[in-house]
Design a protein around this ligand. Structure first.
Ligand code: 76R
Length: 247
């Protein structure tokens, strides 16, 4: 058996994609709609307070295209907290005007491919911060799930550790060129959801998603070993933009 990569895990993640039932929303009484917006704003404030106290982080974006209208990305210490959040939202007035579109359960993950041997990552404050990241409030989000291929001669899991490390170094070098332009959060989902990882990217300029993902397609890690699910791309929502969207 080849050597297993060691992983470090941080906050648990739920990506909750929703469709809005616009027909029902437009048919609803004004006071019901107002109550729904007020309650949603209360939730946004609660989530912000959680983030301020470093007990989790939340991102809230509108999604372009027909796959979904909104995504809530929650990072929390436990799966129990994620479940409570999901249930609380499902009981809200606004949720009555939404349909589930897609969801993804995972945990923030860092692997040891790039860790210098003999160092203790738990003593490294940068690594600890990356395991419990405050999600950037950048203009755009991009999310997609992926696997490492296990087919015929292209089986990532049969490669030796050294070979995987060499390949991951090249992957990381491409990624580094996007420092400051794209922020990536890799969440592991083996045993939790249908794919092996969730890839969540944030950028101020959405073209940087296209450029980064395209460039990586030519790198062996993605070209030979990457299999990808559906892509979701969105625009940042805040209280003001939310009110505008639901007006
Ligand atoms: O953690 C690190 O920064 C060290 C280097 C590194 C690792 C170990 C790294 C860097 N990644 C790592 C692991 Mn990545 N990453 C993806 C995708 O669309 C595609 O082709 C692939 C989707 C993107 C866009 C991306 C971006 N990475 C991983 C893993 C786990 C692999 C495993 O354990 O087998 C996956 C699935 C994955 C996928 N990666 C970077 C980036 C970027 C932008 C960087 C540079 C980060 C920086 O240096 O700031």
């Amino acid at each position: 058996m080849s050597e297993v990569a060691q992983t470090l895990e941080g906050w648990y993640a739920l990506h909750d994609f929703r469709l809005i039932d616009w027909t029902a929303w437009e048919a609803a009484d004004e006071h019901v709609r107002q109550a729904a917006v007020d309650e949603l704003q209360t939730y946004l404030k609660e989530w912000q307070a959680m983030e301020d106290s470093k007990a989790g982080s939340t991102a809230f974006y509108s999604i372009i295209g027909q796959k979904a209208d909104l995504v809530f990305m929650f990072l929390r210490e436990t799966l129990e907290e994620l479940s409570e959040l999901e249930t609380a939202f499902n009981k809200s007035i606004f949720a009555k005007f939404t349909y589930p579109a897609y969801s993804y359960v995972s945990v923030v993950e860092l692997s040891n491919y790039m860790t210098p041997p003999g160092t203790d990552p738990m003593q490294n404050p940068d690594i600890m911060a990356r395991l419990k990241p405050i999600l950037p409030k950048w203009n755009h989000i991009c999310f997609y799930p992926m696997n490492k291929r296990r087919e015929g001669n292209d089986n990532w899991y049969m490669l030796g550790m050294d070979e995987r490390r060499t390949l991951m170094r090249s992957h990381g070098m491409i990624g580094r060129q996007y420092a400051g332009k794209v922020k990536q959060i890799i969440t592991g989902s083996v045993g939790f959801d249908n794919w092996e990882w969730g890839v969540t990217l944030f950028a101020e300029d959405p073209l940087q998603f296209k450029k980064l993902v395209y460039e990586m397609r030519f790198d062996e890690v993605s070209a030979r070993y990457g299999d990808f699910g559906d892509f979701y791309v969105g625009n940042l929502l805040n209280e003001e933009k939310l009110v505008q969207l639901l007006k």
